[in-house]
Each structure stands twice: as C-alpha cells, then as structure tokens.
Design a protein around this ligand. Structure first.
Ligand code: RP5
Length: 181
C-alpha cells in the first residue's frame, strides 16, 4: 500500500466498494483522500454481476454496521453503484472507472443514468472522480461534524492558493518572455 497514507483506526464511516480488484489503482486515490481528512473507510471488492447476492446483502447491512456513505466504483457495464443503491437508503456515490471503451464513457453512462427514485451521485470518470467521491463523502459527514466542516474550509483555501500560485507562475513566465522581446 505504497501510496496510501496512514489509515485511521476508528470505525469505518465510508465504504469503498469496487467491482474488481483491477479498479484499486483508481480507488486507492479515494482511500488516500479520505485518509487526509482522517475518515476511516472499509474497502471491499464486490461485483454486481459476478457476486450479485453479496452486493445486495452488503448494501442491506452497511447502515447497521455504521457506514454512512457508500462509494461504489465499476467500469464497463458499471451497474454496481445502482445495485447497491437499490438495496440501501444510504447515500451512494458512483465512481465510473476508466475502461478500454471510449475512455470510460460506457462506465459513466451506466453509473449515472439511474431511474427516478434511486439516485446515484455520480462523479467524473477517472482520478478527478475518485478524489471527488472522497470530498463529497466528507461534505456529507460534515453536516453533523463541525471538525470536518472546518477541514473542508482549509481544503478550499488550499485549492485557491494553488490557483493563485499557478497564476503568479504564468505571469512571471509571460513577463520574462516580454522582457526578452
Ligand atoms: C467491472 O468490470 C469492474 O468494476 C472492472 O472495472 C471491470 C473489469 O473487471 P475485471 O475483468 O478486471 O475483473 O465489473
């Protein structure tokens, strides 16, 4: 677990469920991002198609185990998030995994196009989505956790500082270039 940061030891509040262990390259980003906020997560490989009964049972029991948000990731015919959402009242965040077909457009549409009444909060395909699934989970948990709300404010400030630093760098480069002309 080279890239994974120190994992919190408290009871998991977020579940990361992925359709295959081949999805871990992406979902490790989610686990890392949750770790940065000190959120404990449990990670499971469960397939909507290959282990459908396990998927249904897991979703039914997750709330009772203390899970507050389920992050579900799959690629291709990505039905996992929808199937889990069918069996739980917990919020389900869908992460479309990049596939070999149209860079994951199939995963995106399979995850996002849920029928009315059974929402899956679908994030972007790939790394941005994997990280945003973690941030969105933190935002949900922060509704009743002021410590997390404070961390989210710091997170926003970090984003702003990064953009400002990027702008400063570009301006410097342009100034140098103009000086040479
Ligand atoms: C999906 O099929 C998984 O989520 C994965 O993204 C994709 C391919 O799975 P493997 O054949 O690599 O196990 O169910």
């Amino acid at each position: 677990m080279s890239k994974t940061e120190k994992m919190p030891t408290t009871k998991p509040e977020v579940a990361i469920v992925m359709g295959s262990d081949s999805d871990w390259f992406l979902l490790e980003e989610t686990a890392n991002a949750l770790g940065r906020f000190g959120i404990a997560c449990e990670v499971r490989v469960i397939s909507a198609h290959r282990t459908p009964d396990v998927a249904a049972t897991y979703a039914r029991k997750a709330g009772g185990q203390g899970i507050k948000v389920i992050i579900a990731a799959a690629g291709g015919a990505a039905h996992l998030a929808g199937v889990l959402a069918a069996h739980t009242t917990l919020p389900v965040i869908g992460v479309p995994v990049t596939s070999g077909f149209m860079d994951g457009l199939d995963s995106l549409l399979s995850t996002v196009q849920m029928p009315a009444g059974v929402p899956v909060a679908t994030v972007a395909v790939g790394k941005a989505g994997a990280v945003n699934a973690a941030i969105l989970s933190v935002q949900i948990l922060a509704l009743s956790r002021p410590d997390l709300a404070r961390q989210l404010v710091v997170h926003k400030k970090t984003l702003m500082d990064k953009v400002k630093a990027g702008n400063d760098r570009i301006q410097l480069e342009l100034d140098k270039k103009r000086g040479k002309e």
